[in-house]
Design a protein around this ligand. Sequence first.
Ligand SMILES: N[C@@H](CCC(=O)N[C@@H](CS)C(=O)NCC(=O)O)C(=O)O
Length: 214
Amino acid sequence: MAEYQLHCFAQSGNAYRAALMLNLIGADWQPLFVDFFGKGVQRSPEWRGDVNEMGELPVLVHGNRKLTQSGVILTYLSEHSGKFLPRGEDERLEALRWIIFDNQKVNGFLGPYRFLKNFAKPAGHPAVMEFLKGRIDNNLRIVDKRLAGRPYILGESPTIADLSLVAYLYYPPDEFGFDIAGTHKNIAGWLMRIKALPGWAHPYDLMPGHPLPK
Ligand SMILES: N[C@@H](CCC(=O)N[C@@H](CS)C(=O)NCC(=O)O)C(=O)O
């Protein structure tokens, strides 16, 4: 059995943050497939009892530890590997600030938007989609501005703040109906830099469950 196990599935950008980090640090890890769209196991009382009371993934298993919330998982892996680690109190707080902003306002809106567009039955109501799109546009502009003149969110080196923020950004533009990299040049350059890191892989290649059965 691998040292780390990650409960995940290919369509989850939230889980991608953790899967990508594991790959980039060269960890010995294996994915544990969660049948999110089929059986919806994450909603079962057994899963909530044994795996995560919050009914969410990713969940990282390391020895006797079970960690949830991608921000917690990224922090743990960076402290254990010494990689993508914000250095000193100021950087640590700055990374946390961007991770919380990302979870709530960037990928926190992009994930539900993509889910409502592609997977929900019925699909999202136009008024809901319009509301989410407005928030997404505003918050992507904030990230794009942050990346003007600096290669990564905290500065010269990639950290867990970057690995949190890329969550849904490598999925195909047609899954959103708009092209994020095509319309944000600083985000586009940053995505290319992260893609060039040794160990980078696309979410559909890194986690099981793509394509979805018809
Ligand atoms: N802030 C959490 C978000 C996790 C999350 O919402 N994961 C989705 C899958 S992409 C989930 O498990 N959703 C189940 C639900 O909300 O019921 C994180 O970053 O880990």
